[in-house]
Design a protein around this ligand. Structure first.
Ligand code: PGA
Length: 264
């Protein structure tokens, strides 16, 4: 069975001391789980101090972005090579990177390759906008984002990576009470898995982890975790609240079969 993965995407929130306080609170509430990877994606600045603070039996770290070159004259950028000893995962192609910073599928493909080359696990985010869904283009958009985003990888690389389905219209919408219906998520995840099987074979598809992200809260967690083919969640807003995030992790633990593990 694939391991459950719950990622906290803190985006551009929390300075170094605020990040440290949140980790302290999470560390008190979250148990050791061998069957769930709990991954924190703080600001780049907080990665290093948090790497010294976290209990490694409870948490792993992720970066929210990186450059596609290993080094060079790229003012303001940080490479996957520099993140090698700090992050287990790097989020690539988040919809905010695509839509606010204009990242293209080709740039995202180079970043995914850089992450793999540096021995880190990429979390490739894909998903359609509201307009694309309305126009009936969801399947095509997911296919294009996958086939271009993964074009530099082998089947073996893909089998060890993570894909997050994040419909752009369902990100940061929970304050409007707006969530993606689980049956729509199920259809999209089936499309993603079908594309991977066609491009890289059924064995790769069976090993690959697929997450859902977009306004996940404790109330909606169970419904998303029960979806066939979903291995975990990418949580934004609710991950900044230690009560909510610990509840989400506890539910993932239950769905992964429960049972506290003390020897991991
Ligand atoms: P949200 O963010 O949970 O606040 O919608 C999710 C994401 O953007 O990864």
């Amino acid at each position: 069975m694939r391991k459950k993965i719950i990622i906290a995407n803190w985006k551009m929130h929390l300075n170094v001391s605020q990040s440290s306080i949140l980790v302290h609170r999470l560390q008190e509430r979250i148990e050791k789980h061998n069957n769930v990877d709990v991954v924190l994606a703080p600001s780049l600045l907080a990665l290093q101090p948090l790497s010294l603070q976290i209990d490694r039996h409870k948490f792993k770290l992720a970066a929210q972005n990186c450059h596609w070159q290993d080094e060079g004259a790229f003012t303001g950028e940080v490479s996957a090579t520099m993140l090698r000893d700090l992050a287990h995962f790097i989020i690539v192609g988040h919809s905010e990177r695509r839509h606010i910073f204009g990242e293209t599928d080709d740039e995202i493909a180079k970043k995914v390759a850089a992450v793999v080359r540096n021995g880190i696990t990429p979390v490739l985010c894909i998903g359609e906008t509201a307009a694309e869904r309305k126009a009936g283009e969801t399947k095509q958009v997911l296919h294009d984002q996958l086939s271009v985003g993964l074009k530099n990888l082998t089947a073996d690389d893909v089998s060890r990576m993570v894909i997050a389905y994040e419909p752009v219209w369902a990100i940061s919408t929970s304050h409007h009470g707006h969530h993606a219906e689980p049956h729509l998520v199920e259809q999209a995840v089936a499309t993603i898995r079908h594309n991977i099987a066609e491009l890289y074979g059924g064995e790769t598809e069976g090993l690959l982890s697929v997450l859902y992200g977009g306004s996940v809260e404790p109330d909606t967690t169970k419904g998303y975790l029960e979806i066939n083919g979903v291995d975990g969640l990418l949580v934004g807003g609710a991950s900044l609240n230690y009560e909510q995030f610990s509840q989400i992790v506890a539910m993932a633990h239950d769905s992964a079969g429960g049972g506290e593990e003390n020897h991991g």
